[in-house]
Design a protein around this ligand. Structure first.
Ligand code: 5AD
Ligand code: SF4
Length: 453
């Protein structure tokens, strides 16, 4: 970011900075479209009239990260008071109106359930330069958002929310505090949005939620279970691929497992957070399953869908984690042969049960465990990718590859397992959204190289 020369160059320019999970990415994308349909235009931070920081508080020093971002925005905008700065997402929900004191440029705080009203709030605050607004109330039902008037063309890969919030209160997790109680979205609204996206050209849909397979289990539910929802979405015309994130192993029933055999569009890929492979740690985390149940679940998934690729989230250094517990986690990773995993050192989140637990693990121990775990994951992931050389798969092309070889036109897509694949296709054509069949010829560290089959 550099110091601006013309602070008001774009009267309706907006700039969004996004941290965190796919829910945040999706919220930011929606806000971008909602602002665009109101006549705003994307702009660099230096000339934007509205700057939104969409924040995440799941891990490690999130407040510090947000404040340093706000500091950089102040610098880039020259502290111009006409620039409306808004903070959204989990840190906004947590710190609320404190942001007004922490950074004078902030005039809008958008909590988790405030996003639906954010475009109107932004317009109102631009009209009233002395006002500040905090949208922090939790709603007891899923709040539908306006459908932005867009160009009519959807990306080939679309995200659709099916629920908000989480009721699990896992001992380490701040999500139930920042995102509120679980609220399933009405099935009809989910299906309408999916249909609209498919009509506009989407080929792949990822259903999103903090605990997706608890869909239908809250007071807001309309009687449709998660597996039924999958079947309904999976049957929509035009859908080539269906994914979901994130399920909870405890809520993964036999119907959810069977769906991998029954629904042709459902991709053979499941992100199934493990968190720990040790029973004592899982019990203290309050996860509601043990090591045997997790392993049994992965086995049953492999029985119905032998080619399924499983990935996981894992925390090391949870309070009281012994060396033996950690070895149990590595053991589960080997047994499940995770294709990938996201792993983190435990850190205290304010207000969570674990933040009050004794036996905190020294950071050097957690870091050593994390490195050991990640090097095992590199081995497992590398072996899985290497083993796939020679396979023929379909790709969904998402755009031109950032890696271009002179004389070739290289495109990037994802295979059914979600792995990025690079392939050279006929030059001088836009292949976005196409689904060519390709043969994998080489494995990289985290991606694959293919040739048209
Ligand atoms: N410390 C470390 N990792 C955490 N996660 C959630 N809370 C914490 C915490 N306090 C991780 C979990 C979760 C992922 C989104 O972030 O693995 O699945
Ligand atoms: Fe957090 Fe547990 Fe809910 Fe996941 S299931 S969002 S880890 S409380």
């Amino acid at each position: 970011m550099s110091v601006p020369s013309t602070p008001d160059a774009a009267a309706k320019g907006f700039h969004i900075v996004t941290f965190g999970c796919q829910m945040n990415v999706h919220d930011s994308r929606w806000l971008e479209q909602a602002l665009t349909s109101r006549g705003f235009v994307p702009a660099p931070v230096e000339t934007a009239r509205v700057v939104v920081v969409n924040t995440c508080s799941v891990r490690e020093k999130p407040e510090r990260k947000v404040l340093s971002t706000l500091g950089r925005i102040r610098q880039a905008t020259g502290g111009n008071p006409d620039v409306l700065v808004a903070v959204a997402g989990c840190v906004a929900q947590q710190l609320g109106e404190t942001f007004f004191d922490l950074e004078g440029q902030v005039r809008l705080v958008i909590g988790s359930d405030g996003m639906a009203g954010a475009p109107q709030a932004i317009e109102a605050l631009l009209e009233q330069p002395t006002k500040r607004l905090a949208l922090l109330d939790f709603s007891s039902r899923y709040l539908e958002r306006e459908i932005p008037a867009t160009s009519g063309q959807a990306d080939p890969v679309a995200l659709v929310n099916i629920m908000q919030g989480c009721d699990n209160f896992c001992a380490y997790c701040i999500v139930p505090f920042t995102r509120g109680r679980q609220k399933s979205r009405p099935t009809s609204a989910v299906l309408d949005e999916c249909r609209r996206l498919l009509d506009a050209g989407a080929r792949e849909i990822t259903l999103l939620g903090q605990n997706v397979n608890a869909f239908g289990k809250d007071a807001q539910a309309d009687g449709v279970s998660f597996a039924e929802l999958l079947r309904k979405v999976g049957a929509l015309p035009g859908l080539a691929r269906l994914r979901y994130v994130t399920p909870h192993p405890r809520d993964m029933g036999p119907e959810d497992v069977a769906a991998f055999a029954e629904i042709p569009a459902l991709c053979p890929r499941l992100h199934l957070p493990l968190q720990s492979g040790a029973d004592a740690v899982l019990a203290r985390m309050g996860r509601g399953y043990d090591r045997a149940a997790y392993l049994g679940l992965v086995e049953s998934l492999r029985t119905v869908r032998p080619d399924i690729a499983v990935s996981a989230d894992i925390i090391v250094g949870f309070p009281g984690e012994t060396e033996g517990d950690f070895q149990d986690t590595l053991d589960v990773m080997r047994k499940c042969a995770f294709a990938t995993s996201f792993s983190f050192c435990y850190s205290d989140r304010p207000g969570t049960r674990a933040s009050g637990f004794a036996d905190k693990i020294p950071l050097e121990t957690s870091r050593r465990r994390l490195m050991e775990l990640q090097s095992l994951q590199e081995e497992l992931g590398g072996a899985w990718l290497e083993g796939r050389v020679g396979e023929t798969v379909d790709l969904l092309i998402e755009g031109r590859s950032p890696r271009q070889t002179p004389g070739l036109d290289s495109w990037q897509g994802r295979d059914p397992y979600g792995v990025p694949v690079h392939v050279s296709l006929a030059p001088d054509a836009d292949h976005t959204g196409e689904m060519p069949v390709v043969r994998i010829v080489r494995a990289g560290r985290h991606s694959l190289i293919a040739e048209p089959a």
